[in-house]
Ligand binder design. Structure first.
Ligand SMILES: [Zn+2]
Length: 161
């Protein structure tokens, strides 16, 4: 997925927390950050790894990593008596799972890693065009991305302040 992670994160977070709730602004910030968080590995991919490993193979695209991080954060917040912040862990984790689900539509995600290397994706994108990204932009799945973007813009515009 190229362009719809952020708008999808907006829609998901908006579905979890209403704008009139006092936690709306921090919830939205957490939701948007974690809707993109798995793709922070692109910095490593381009700047350190020299594009040798597909970035979907890094631990940042492993659901069990995020599950463990969320569980540890829940434990730490609970032990510290800060249970009022648990909603933000839920928002972050939900947005990461949405990111990985959306990636799974047209890219390989190892949902069971490190227990299995089986890759899951909904559709295969044939490599017909150069440069490589045209294969994704000219595929029907990109229409789904555009629909998510339009829905997010519509939702944003329909909100009452
Ligand atoms: Zn990703």
């Amino acid at each position: 997925m190229f362009i719809a992670h952020l708008p999808a994160g907006y829609l998901l977070t908006r579905g979890i927390v209403r704008k009139r709730e006092t936690i709306w602004r921090p919830a939205l910030a957490v939701g948007l950050i974690f809707s993109l968080a798995p793709d922070l590995d692109l910095f490593y991919f381009y700047l350190v790894d020299g594009r040798r490993t597909p970035h979907h193979d890094y631990w940042t695209h492993a659901p069990l990593f995020w599950l463990a991080a969320a569980a540890l954060t829940v434990l730490a917040l609970s032990l510290a008596g800060k249970r009022q912040y648990l909603i933000f862990v839920g928002i972050a984790f939900a947005n990461v799972l949405l990111h990985l689900f959306l990636d799974s539509i047209a890219a390989d995600i190892r949902w069971l890693y490190p227990f299995s290397d089986i890759r899951f994706n909904l559709v295969e994108i044939p490599a017909r065009y150069q440069p490589w990204y045209l294969n994704f932009i000219l595929h029907w799945t990109f229409a789904a991305e555009m629909a998510i973007c339009v829905a997010a813009v519509w939702a944003w515009g329909s909100e009452k302040v």
